[in-house]
Design a protein around this ligand. Structure first.
Ligand SMILES: [Fe+2]
Ligand SMILES: [Fe+2]
Length: 237
């Protein structure tokens, strides 16, 4: 952004983050209220969530005025391409940070916390420390699972950017990666080598041998929501 001093730019970033988070939090609460049979409260959370999205968008327009499209018909094809390319670049930047830095760092931290928790548990044997250890283990596992998912997202955006720049069509590899399956809902990739020990699936278990009542460890989708994993093919045409 151009004409605003740095602290206001930082505040806009923070406000965008806060409103974005409020949006997802309220959708989560709406789901809780719905599950508990309170449809009125669920509706209130959903309506407010929609308003938080508008607040977040208002901040984002100020952060990236070049992406604020008010009169699409006035733009040349070249200008449209520039705007879309910028969106893809920002998306790639975010996903790349997540899979190269954020999730690997978070996973390492959760494993360190797990180790120190294990020592405390050994000393105290409290229920609480066992619960904490369980949470840290789950968090480390989820962070580890999310790393290849974000890599997959970055690949998809990279392929779309390449296509936008005239580098062929966005495609998936013709052949799936042997043994790996991907969740259609959240893109979690099941790797038989790793299994899903937290859900009782031992490393080395082929996907076909997993019981039918197993669910995606990230999003809870059923086993039938998985398809053979075909990675993004950056050279598809
Ligand atoms: Fe992502
Ligand atoms: Fe999933």
């Amino acid at each position: 952004m151009a004409d605003t001093n740095n602290s206001t730019a930082n505040n806009l970033e923070a406000a965008f983050g806060g409103e974005s988070m409020a949006n997802r939090k309220y959708l989560f609460f709406a789901d809780v209220a719905k599950k508990l049979g309170n449809s009125e409260l669920s509706k209130l959370f959903r309506e407010t969530a929609a308003q938080e999205t508008e607040h977040a968008f208002a901040h984002f327009r100020l952060l990236y005025p070049e992406l604020d499209i008010t009169d699409p018909d006035s733009l040349s094809e070249e200008q449209k391409k520039t705007v879309l390319g910028r969106c893809l670049e920002l998306a790639i930047e975010g996903e790349t940070y997540e899979y190269t830095t954020m999730y690997p760092g978070f996973e390492a931290q959760a494993r360190r916390d797990l180790d120190s928790q294990a020592e405390a548990e050994f000393a105290e044997q409290t229920v609480e420390s066992k619960e904490h250890a369980g949470l840290f283990r789950r968090a480390a596992h989820n962070f580890g699972l999310l790393t290849p998912i974000e890599h997959h997202h970055a690949d998809r955006y990279n392929a779309a950017l390449q296509a936008l720049e005239g580098g062929g069509a966005v495609g998936l590899a013709a052949e799936p990666i042997a043994g790996q399956w991907i969740c259609k809902v959240c893109s979690m990739i099941y790797d038989p080598e790793a299994g899903d020990p937290d859900s009782g699936i031992a490393p080395g278990t082929p996907f076909e041998a997993i019981p039918d009542d197993w669910v995606c460890p990230i999003c809870g989708a059923r086993k039938s929501s998985f398809v053979p994993y075909r990675p993004v093919d950056l050279n598809a045409s």
